[in-house]
Design a protein around this ligand. Structure first.
Ligand SMILES: C=C(O[C@H]1C=CC=C(C(=O)O)[C@@H]1O)C(=O)O
Length: 261
């Protein structure tokens, strides 16, 4: 984290999202369906997914397409919940005013809006983010909506085509994308696997919904008692490395809690 802050302050990128992993081992083989049920119960406002051993409950939706209409929920900028509602409300207000978190968020919104622009004829991008309350954390959130235009072939792009064009946004990569992704590869020192990639579905007409695979774990294909957990945090020049590390702990909580049962 400290390395990333130094490299950003040196001008190599404006934002970099760094992630870490953690392994958990159970005494008995893990049942991903039971984990998914616990996610759905504990995090009802998120998107629960199970795909070939990858299980999670993500609050971030990359793109949804319903005929001509598309929508995206951009998240970036986070604060841990305390469990005390009054303190959390004060923290939510502080998050909404935090210049560090607002910068982190604006970069994520801009990356999504810029990548979406070639495909749409009009877009609604709220100027001010709202605060999304989850049981473990609160995030700055912006819900973007847009109307798709037809491509040169006369067809509107499918939800999968859009997901491919939008990924990775600055919620999981950084800004500018190429420099940030290169820094992630260099500093992170791990293979993310499917973590932070698009996860979702597509229908025969191209409609669909693709989320970002966050707050998730990947079963070890060689040992169903083991699961690899992931969490990341967006780093900008004003980031405090210790606070960013603590943020990843808070983001690991949903999977840890689901494992405990
Ligand atoms: C990279 C993650 O979160 C992203 C989504 C929401 C808020 C984030 C943040 O505040 O850093 C991250 O950009 C993760 O959960 O592993």
């Amino acid at each position: 984290m400290a390395d990333a802050v130094a490299r950003i302050r040196a001008g190599e990128a404006a934002k970099v999202v760094l992630a870490r992993d953690a392994w958990a081992t159970s005494r008995t083989p893990l049942d991903v369906r039971a984990l998914a049920t616990r996610f759905a119960d504990a995090y009802p406002t998120t998107w629960t997914f199970v795909v070939d051993g990858l299980v999670g409950a993500t609050p971030e939706m990359l793109i949804r397409r319903e005929r001509r209409l598309v929508a995206s929920r951009v998240l970036a900028g986070t604060i841990r919940r305390t469990g005390d509602d009054e303190r959390d409300l004060a923290h939510a207000a502080a998050l909404a005013r935090s210049s560090k978190d607002l910068e982190e968020h604006e970069l994520a919104v801009a990356s999504l809006a810029n990548a979406l622009a070639p495909f749409v004829e009009s877009a609604n991008v709220p100027e001010v983010p709202s605060v999304l309350h989850l049981p473990n954390v609160m995030h700055l959130a912006t819900d973007v909506t847009a109307v798709l235009q037809r491509g040169v072939d006369g067809a509107r792009p499918s939800s999968l085509r859009l997901a491919a064009a939008l990924h990775p946004t600055a919620a999981v990569g950084g800004t500018p994308t190429a420099a940030a992704v290169a820094l992630v590869r260099e500093i992170e020192g791990m293979d993310r696997g499917r973590y932070a990639g698009p996860v979702g579905w597509i229908g025969a007409e191209g409609d669909g919904e693709w989320c970002i695979a966050l707050r998730c774990g990947a079963l070890d294909p060689a040992d169903p008692r083991r699961i690899r957990l992931f969490a990341g945090a967006g780093i900008v020049a004003a980031s405090d490395p210790g606070a960013e590390l603590d943020e990843t702990e808070a983001k690991l909580e949903p999977v840890r809690q689901a494992l405990i049962g």
